[in-house]
Design a protein around this ligand. Structure first.
Ligand code: ZN
Length: 155
């Protein structure tokens, strides 16, 4: 009945849901190198964080700069054609992301958003991840519930 081979189906699903993307794989490899143990896709948590550290009560989202509108990022600029459509669609993503982070924080989780463009600099990424996970502070660097995250910017 199901004519799509399993691998193809998985590939399609991972594309649709944005799972196992290249930036996500890069973040995982840095975490491995740093020696942190983690779980993938916290399905029982708000927003299904990409990477979860249950004992640290820490969660990481790896977000594409365009789809999740990385504030101030060149990759997050809105297409000129069908501008209203894109504005509405992307704003929904931004709103949903903010809700998820708030829900996680309310349950006592600390949350870090790693942006796609941040995976270009592996040294800096490594530094940030280490700081976020080792730090005793409730909030890591560049956290997604800071004020800039919820501000809608138009370039
Ligand atoms: Zn970016």
């Amino acid at each position: 009945m199901d004519r799509v081979p399993q691998e193809t189906r998985s590939a399609i699903m991972s594309k649709v849901r944005g799972r196992n993307t290249k930036p996500e794989m890069l973040v995982r490899s840095v975490l491995h190198r740093l020696g942190f143990r983690f779980r993938l896709h916290g399905k029982n948590l708000p927003g299904t964080p990409d990477i979860v550290f249950p004992s640290r009560r820490a969660a990481i989202f790896v977000h594409g700069c365009f789809w999740h509108q990385h504030p101030g990022c060149r990759k997050a600029s809105i297409p000129e054609t069908r501008r209203d459509f894109w504005l509405a669609k992307l704003q929904r993503n931004v709103d949903r992301d903010a809700e998820n982070v708030e829900a996680l924080a309310a349950e006592g989780w600390k949350v870090l958003t790693v942006w796609e463009c941040e995976t270009k600099d592996m040294d800096l990424l490594s530094f940030k991840l280490d700081k976020f996970l080792s730090g005793s502070t409730r909030r890591g660097p560049h956290l997604s519930w800071d004020s800039s995250y919820t501000t809608w910017r138009e370039d």
